[in-house]
Design a protein around this ligand. Structure first.
Ligand SMILES: [Zn+2]
Length: 309
């Protein structure tokens, strides 16, 4: 986690097989209503057609950890509000949000690990009501079932969802790939999804390392170019240096766009440039302390920042 995503556009493109007002989806919803339990939720929510539609918006990215599943594992379709009961639920006989079983806005793309860690957790803040379908009342229609409905919004949920929440203020990253939060919702979200698990920390750190190595190559390249040139040609070296750096900064900037893996970390790499790269100590070497042209690099970074405005 997490960078905010545009859920509103995705919610509008309901696949017909999940649409209760469409002939292709109607039967499923009727069956679900009659079942009055999670047992009525068939597997259509995870069909290839649904996955394909989700991919149009999120590629192969897990919306929770922002990782792209590697190897043979492929993203799963997760029920944001769990369909089969809720862990530590304060409401007696709560059967889960099964009545959201095919609700398009309640389905998100998640990796195996986030899906497994989350399982049936859906904690609410103290004193929050738990919303459920009272079987004596009519089955909730599409407007009530929408994740944006006033009915569901009565729940003070602690688990953040990047498709509907502004998630950025809740998460911070360190240059070692750790994630942390200062807010109750952020902390709960990290805990529920285990966003501080070892493999994620390692993958995030690897990403930072990759950029650091690129930067180091540019800097050493510049140094060796300067030492081999006469005065007139040094201007040319400066020009190449500026070009290489601009490309590097552009890539760094690009790393924070939502379609990239760990894009929120991308934001930190760019905005915490000094902390993430200049003050980083690796093998006893720190750019800020040990590199002759460090000042030039900082100048160029701010020159680049200015060029964006
Ligand atoms: Zn994940």
């Amino acid at each position: 986690m997490m960078i905010s995503l545009d859920g509103k556009s995705r919610f509008k493109s309901i696949p017909p097989t999940l649409d209760s007002t469409h002939p292709k989806g109607k039967d499923k919803w009727e069956k679900l209503e009659k079942s009055k339990s999670g047992k009525g939720v068939g597997s259509a929510y995870g069909s290839e057609a649904v996955r394909k539609e989700v991919r149009k918006y999120h590629g192969y990215k897990c919306i929770y950890c922002e990782g792209i599943p590697v190897g043979v594992s492929r993203p799963r379709i997760d029920h944001f509000r769990p369909k089969d009961g809720v862990k530590d639920c304060e409401t007696d006989n709560f059967k889960g949000y099964f009545w959201l079983g095919y609700e398009w806005s309640n389905l998100v793309q998640s990796c195996d690990s986030c899906n497994t860690h989350k399982s049936n957790q859906f904690p609410l803040d103290e004193g929050s009501p738990r919303i459920f379908w009272d079987e004596k009342s009519p089955f909730p229609g599409p407007e009530m079932r929408s994740i944006l409905s006033a009915w569901l919004k009565q729940e003070k949920r602690l688990l953040l969802n990047p498709e509907i929440d502004k998630v950025e203020p809740h998460f911070r990253f360190t240059k070692d790939g750790q994630i942390f939060s200062h807010t109750k919702r952020g902390k709960t979200t990290i805990q529920v999804l285990k966003l501080d698990r070892g493999d994620l920390i390692w993958r995030r750190k690897r990403k930072i390392d990759e950029y650091y190595q690129k930067l180091i190559r540019i800097l050493f390249g510049f140094e060796s170019l300067l030492s081999n040139m006469n005065k007139e040609s040094q201007e040319f070296a400066q020009f190449i240096f500026w070009n290489d750096l601009s490309m590097f900064f552009e890539e760094l900037l690009e790393a924070q766009s939502p379609e990239h893996e760990f894009s929120r970390l991308g934001f930190y790499m760019f905005h915490e440039f000094e902390d993430f790269f200049l003050q980083r100590e690796q093998d006893g070497f720190t750019i800020e302390k040990d590199l002759k042209d460090h000042a030039e690099l900082v100048r160029n970074f701010y020159r680049y920042l200015l060029s964006l405005t």
